[in-house]
Design a protein around this ligand. Structure first.
Ligand code: AMP
Length: 603
């Protein structure tokens, strides 16, 4: 968008087709009100948060003295990251019930996929937050109905899962946000709505065993194949895992469909009972599934099995963009719709043009969800210091074409908290800006919800290098790559080794073991993906010939990099570089076992 273009020129009305029902009309009116009065709503939200939490230890510490206005807030409250809040959070986790961050009781901790010291971050939340989040969910279908008619005439096949939960020392639950949501009354006792009828029974979604959950969700999806109008998962990686699951388990699924029985691996009593009412013998369908799945060619399998699917409902923005071509392949190019942008800390907003191309997705932050500020993003700027606080921009004042880091203040008590997401302003809807998700700061590798940064990778390399010492060998250079060609995807680490005594070079077994040591060094979200969710495959080390990284540098310099400033990229994805690295491989090694992971936290 050209600089200087006025906001009204880029505003895009969402009124497309006829509004299908009264409920939708109300939801769209709400969006209209929120996005028209962005700044006023933000002012009100900040006032509410500050007056609600005026007596908290945190706001008192910064001497807000009951002020609820933006200027005082901005001048007194520092911009913080998780590490700054950790002592407060730890006290809450240990049972201190005084109003530390929030005047409302903390109802549970939501465990973010972002980590601190190798463990998931604990985000305090309050019960009433589910109302706000449910409200945002309730806006998604009214927007979708403007673009895709007839979604009340069938069902959604959504692969949704709960994950392991733990308790803090004081007994507060700590679990991923969606696990909290699916287990809440907001989800379990939701009123019937013809636009959100799912093929998966709640018993299947709520079954903590990932095999039993996925098996029964797939079985229901197959049994109701003709009724399925949309197919989804939260992230693209989850939908592809379901397709891979079908590849591996279609024979057992077809057997159940043919005979009307349930696989004995399904042992959860409530799940067995509910499935017994759904599974009926249907040999014709079993034959069809067998014919489609036994072939070598899985191109377009989604549209063959679920022929009435109008779109895929999955997030394919941010780290998930890498899965777009594979989804295209399996779905014969069905539209991929990204509807929502959210996090454990706060749900942010929705995509008002959900059928746009994935590369054009922009999210409109809803100003009622929290108070949002934006730190102009300059990768070369010095780190933030307390002495020269940064100038943050308000939601209504961001500029088209600029990148910002998102800073949030929430009802649950996070104040000026750095989420770590970098967003680009692409336009405005009424007076609400729309953002393209650019990336999460400091994330080098990601396959599913795991996020590995440079220092974590370095630490893993250091730990694995210990095994090489007795062979008088060291890792002289390395880089990495998130390989998502196979499902599940896996981390690939390229190593150039300096072997001082070729007669005593590291054995095959030791190099395999290095892969496992690297996996053991990764954060708990990575290890959970490997062990519990099977969403990440074994880590691979590719040893490359000596001199390969020098060739890499020559290549970069030939393309204009400065020789003085050249740094080895710690993650690569550019095809010519991958080809160069792969053409110099000497040996390939995989992790021989699963790393350790338990739901318990180590700190
Ligand atoms: P978590 O805290 O584990 O719930 O993860 C939230 C993070 O996931 C966000 O801060 C983003 O980095 C990422 N995320 C969530 N929604 C989207 C989206 N629609 N597109 C890209 N990234 C997203």
């Amino acid at each position: 968008m050209a600089d200087g273009e006025s906001q009204s020129q880029v505003a895009s009305p969402i009124r497309l087709g006829p509004v299908v029902c009264e409920k939708d009309a109300k939801a769209l009116q709400f969006i209209d009100e929120m996005t028209t009065n962005t700044d006023a709503v933000q002012e009100r939200v900040l006032g509410e948060i500050l007056s609600q939490n005026a007596e908290t230890e945190y706001l008192r510490r910064y001497q807000l003295d009951g002020a609820t206005d933006r200027d005082t807030f901005k001048s007194k409250i520092p911009v913080v990251s998780y590490e700054d809040l950790q002592p407060y959070i730890q006290r809450i986790a240990n049972g201190d019930r005084s109003p530390i961050l929030s005047s409302r009781p903390i109802s549970e901790f939501l465990t973010s996929s972002g980590t601190s010291a190798g463990e998931r971050k604990l985000m305090p939340t309050i019960y009433e937050e589910w109302d706000r989040r449910s409200k945002l969910y309730s806006l998604l279908m009214p927007v979708m109905n403007l673009y895709v008619p007839g979604l009340d005439k069938g069902k959604g096949l959504y692969f949704l899962f709960v994950k392991a939960e733990t308790k803090t020392p004081s007994g507060l639950l700590a679990r991923p946000v969606l696990t909290g949501y699916y287990k809440s009354d907001h989800f379990k006792t939701r009123p019937y709505d013809p636009y959100t009828v799912y093929t998966s029974p709640d018993e299947a979604i709520l079954c903590a065993d990932s095999f039993q959950s996925l098996y029964t969700q797939m079985l229901c999806g197959l049994l109701m194949r003709e009724e399925v109008l949309r197919l989804g998962a939260v992230f693209a990686s989850g939908l592809l895992r379901a397709i891979r699951f079908l590849q591996l388990n279609w024979k057992e699924l077809a057997h159940d469909i043919s005979t009307g029985t349930l696989n004995p691996k399904i042992t959860d009593p409530s799940l067995k009972e509910c499935m017994s009412k759904i599974v009926k013998p249907n040999p014709e369908l079993a034959e069809f599934i067998t014919k489609e799945c036994s072939g070598e060619n899985w191109e377009g399998i989604i549209t063959r099995i679920w022929p009435n699917t109008k779109y895929l409902d999955v997030i394919v923005t941010g780290a998930m963009a890498q899965y777009r071509p594979t989804l295209d392949y399996y779905s014969a190019g069905l539209p991929q719709s990204c509807t929502m942008y959210a996090s454990s800390e706060c749900y942010f907003g929705l995509n008002l043009k959900p059928m746009c191309k994935p590369s054009e997705v922009s999210y409109t932050i809803m100003p009622n969800m929290g108070y949002f500020e934006f730190l102009p993003h300059d990768p070369n700027a010095p780190a933030l210091s307390r002495d020269s606080p940064p100038r943050l921009v308000d939601l209504a004042d961001v500029e088209v074409g600029k990148e910002y880091e998102l800073i949030i203040t929430t009802y649950a008590g996070l104040c000026r908290y750095r989420v770590g997401d970098i967003l680009l302003v692409t336009g405005f809807h009424n007076s609400a800006p729309q953002f393209r998700f650019i990336r999460r700061k400091n994330v080098l590798l990601s396959i599913d919800s795991d996020k590995t940064d440079e220092s974590e990778l370095q630490k893993a390399i250091d730990n694995a290098s210990e095994l090489l010492k007795e062979f008088n060998t060291s890792v002289v250079e390395y880089t990495s790559y998130a390989d998502t060609k196979s499902i599940p995807g896996h981390y690939v680490i390229y190593w150039e080794l300096l072997v001082k005594d070729p007669a005593n070079s590291p054995t095959e077994e030791v190099l395999n073991q290095c892969c496992l040591v690297m996996e053991e060094s990764m954060n708990s979200v990575y290890r959970q993906g490997r062990v519990a969710d099977n969403s990440i495959g074994p880590l691979e080390i590719r040893v490359v010939k000596n001199g390969t990284f020098e060739e890499l540098m020559d290549y970069a310099i030939s393309r204009g990099a400065s020789i003085n400033q050249y740094k080895v990229p710690r993650c690569v994805s550019f095809n010519p570089i991958m080809e160069l690295l792969d053409s110099r491989i000497v040996s390939v090694h995989f992790s021989p076992a699963l790393p350790h992971w338990t739901p318990r936290r180590s700190c």
